[in-house]
Ligand binder design. Structure first.
Ligand code: BTN
Length: 239
């Protein structure tokens, strides 16, 4: 894995997309500070100078788009969860790819594919991890959130954290691309929140309520509603 460090950038995802042709497959771009970090659903992802991890994997697995690529965010969420476990924490994954500790979000993932004339040029798998936030930083976030240092009462060494993530990511990446979500399904399910409980999922402008019954072989969530109708959703947000 190549590492590319940027002191300040608008967004590591945006940088990766704009410089894609000059960035090798399996490169991790990370920055000290982002001036315009982006989250899912056009949300902002705030930056704290020098404290946290703002990073994007650049991946170029093939020229054609494959279904498994949409599961890469889940693969990364599992990698991050396993890294948090190395800090003696018990993380959970909120489908599809938020990692939480004690119900509070600690990391977020934003994947983007770059396709030109029907050809896949690359996948940018961006992620942000709260590593060294103050309680004040956390209080500014508009949803329950936490930071690794606050969970273990210790300052986090970002370089060590990056090494753990990149090593773990590389460990099963090739196999994951070949075999798909099934490779990690059991590991993912072990950490998945809400299984067998009642949830509501927003998908575009629709909301579906039901019991989360399973995570399928392709990483979708299976929901059974009050009329016993089964919904298998590949995208959406648990509310
Ligand atoms: C989410 O909304 O949960 C996803 C947040 C993703 C944030 C990361 S930080 C590094 C990369 N660059 C961005 O602009 N966004 C992602």
């Amino acid at each position: 894995m190549e590492l590319l460090y940027l002191e300040t950038v608008d967004s590591t995802n945006k940088y990766a997309k704009e410089n894609l042709a000059n960035i090798k497959d399996k490169t991790l771009i990370y920055a000290n500070y982002q001036t315009a970090g982006r989250g899912r659903l056009n949300r902002k992802w705030n930056s704290n100078f020098g404290k946290n991890l703002y990073a994007s994997f650049v991946l170029k697995p093939s020229k054609e788009l494959k279904e498994v690529y949409s599961n890469l965010t889940q693969y990364l969420s599992l990698v991050l969860a396993e890294v948090f476990e190395e800090y003696q924490l018990i993380p959970t994954i909120k489908w599809p790819n938020d990692v939480r500790i004690n119900g509070k979000k600690i990391s977020g993932i934003l994947a983007e594919s770059i396709i030109e004339r029907g050809e896949l040029k690359g996948i940018v798998l961006g992620f942000g991890v709260n590593l060294n936030c103050s309680q004040e930083d956390i209080d500014k976030i508009d949803q329950p959130a936490t930071s690794l240092n606050l969970e273990i009462n210790k300052k986090i060494d970002r370089d060590i954290f990056i090494k753990k993530v990149t090593e773990k990511f590389c460990l099963r990446y090739n196999k994951f691309i070949e075999e798909g979500f099934l490779l990690i399904r059991e590991d993912y399910k072990k950490r998945a929140e809400f299984l067998n409980s009642s949830i509501k999922i927003r998908i575009f402008d629709k909301e579906i309520s039901g019991i989360a019954k399973d995570i399928t072989e392709s990483g979708a969530i299976k929901l059974v509603d009050e009329n016993n109708i089964e919904h298998v959703l590949l995208i959406g947000d648990i509310l």
